[in-house]
Structures are given as C-alpha cells and as structure tokens.
Design a binder for this molecule. Structure first.
Ligand SMILES: [Zn+2]
Length: 300
C-alpha cells in the first residue's frame, strides 16, 4: 500500500467512524459531495454556461510575470497586515501593486493588480454569489486549475448578492504551483478587516482561507474592485501564515475526505508559494475578466 493509499484509507476510516457515531452527520450523504475533476464533466458540458469554458487559461497581464521574475518584494516595501485597510483606502496606488514577499513576522504577502476594461464592480459581487454553487461554474474561472467547488450553505438566490456569500464557506479544490489544495474560503464583511467600502467607488470581497479538513484557517484575502474610467481594476491582497479558526463543519470535512485527500504541501507557506499564488491570481482574474460582462448579462 502506498503512502497516499494509506492516508486515504485512514481518512476514510476516520470519516466513517465519525458518521457512524454521529447520526445527524449521516445526512451529509443526502447532499451529494460531488467529485473532483479538471475540465468539465459530461453533465457540466450540458450546462447553459458551458460555452464559456475555454481549453486553457488566458495568460496574466504582463506586469505579473515581470513581478515574479524580479523576485521577492523587500519587506520594507510590504505593508503590514494591520495596514491592509490603509492600503485599500488610499486613492491611487501603493508603492507595490503587484508582487510577493515575506514580512519579518513570517507572514507571506501577495498583491496583484488586474485591469478589467468593460467590467463593473457589481459583476464581481454577482460572480462570488453565483460561481460557488456548481463546480462547473468555478471551472470557468481557471480551466486548468479549478477542479471542485461547493458551498457550506446553499442560500436562496433571491437574497441580495452579498448575503449569499458573506459568512458562507466555499470549499474549493484547485491546483496552485503544481500542488492540489483543498481549501475552505469563508467570506467576511470587509469591515472585519477595517475596510470601509464607502471610502472608494467599488466593492471589496474579503475572507479567510483555510484547509477543508479541519476548522483551521491559514490566511486572509481581500479583493478590492474599484471603478476606473473604462471599467474597473482589481487590487488583490493575501496574507498567509495567519492562523485562525472557524466553525466546525462535519459535512464539508467529510466531503473533502471523500473526494480523496491531498496531502498538505506544508503547514507553513513560503515565498515560493507566494510567487505561485501571484501567478494563479493574475491568471484567473484576467481570464474571467475577459468574458465576465457577457456571462453577467446572460446569467446575472
Ligand atoms: Zn483559483
């Protein structure tokens, strides 16, 4: 038995034992967990939005590979996490809008600017309310890396957009830097991070990111989408190696095990991961921005 099989068997045993000892959790199987796959399944190919699935992800905007090639941003140029709100509120641009690096605290930081002509901020709020409901939708965002998505709570689509995803957890399986991660992204009000969206013309989508298996978070993220004369721009910020906890969700954890456990790369993120995340972010935001207006007008 390989190490991977051993881990899978152990995980299956743990999950099975848990469900056996917790009848309420057995209800998990009433909601299909779904499976993980890069590329659309035959059922997903029949979905009305399938024509937006491209065979490959669009390249990032040129400043992204340039920032990666330039190497890590010096710590002296990286805003501390406590200054995240200042960074977001400041009109104009920060000294480094696209880069990655590490703070003396050990936190890994990533920033990514994406210019999005023809895209409005509300389209991104709609996207975050819409995409997590089906893996096929999530795959449109990054066809080479996104393999699975499900929400902790499927809230009514009649709710205002933000109420559909804020305080909800999105479980995603995606490949970043060649490694499959099984993540739990819990969206939060920007105010939790000190951000006042009344101070700029746009929206902010913020959250914590953790592992799908246990209620442990490992970082925070914020995407500010700010109006520009010809559309909008996204200013993404990530701080990793920021520990936290969230409410335990046995359903989400059991489904993550059922999809097949991907061994964590490490409990600690390094600058190399920062560079990989920068590329991934630069790819998926630019890729989606290319057809988000058309998608929004058809399904929004
Ligand atoms: Zn992604």
């Amino acid at each position: 038995m390989t190490r991977r099989n051993l881990v899978q068997a152990a995980a299956a045993g743990t999950t099975g034992a848990f469900l056996a000892s917790n009848p309420a959790a057995a209800g998990v199987w009433n909601r299909p967990c779904g499976r993980r796959k890069i590329g659309l399944t035959p059922e997903e190919r029949a979905a009305p939005y399938a024509r937006f699935m491209k065979p490959a992800v669009d390249p990032p905007q040129p400043h992204v590979p340039a920032a990666i090639a330039a190497g890590p941003t010096p710590a002296s140029l990286i805003p501390s996490r406590r200054r995240l709100a200042d960074d977001i509120h400041t009109p104009g641009y920060s000294p480094v809008e696209t880069g990655y690096g590490q703070l003396p605290t050990g936190e890994v930081w990533v920033a990514c600017l994406t210019d999005m002509p023809g895209v409005t901020p509300v389209m991104w709020e709609w996207w975050f309310a819409w995409h997590s409901r089906e893996s096929g939708r999530y795959k449109l965002w990054h066809p080479e890396a996104h393999a699975y998505a499900a929400l902790r709570t499927n809230r009514s689509e009649r709710l205002p957009l933000r109420e559909q995803f804020v305080s909800n957890t999105s479980y995603v399986d995606e490949i970043i830097g060649g490694h499959l991660d099984q993540l739990a992204i819990t969206f939060r009000e920007p105010a939790r991070f000190g951000i006042d969206t009344g101070r700029f013309d746009g929206v902010a989508i913020c959250g914590t990111v953790g592992t799908a298996f246990v209620p442990v978070d490992v970082g925070i993220l914020c995407h500010q989408v700010r109006a520009t004369p010809n559309g909008s721009e996204m200013r993404s910020r990530f701080y990793l190696n920021v520990p936290g906890t969230r409410a335990y969700d046995p359903v989400g954890a059991a489904c993550a095990f059922q999809r097949g456990i991907s061994l964590p790369r490490s409990m600690v993120f390094d600058r190399r991961f920062g560079a990989a995340l920068l590329r991934h972010c630069g790819e998926e935001m630019n890729h989606l921005a290319g057809f988000l207006p058309e998608l929004y007008w058809e399904f929004g």
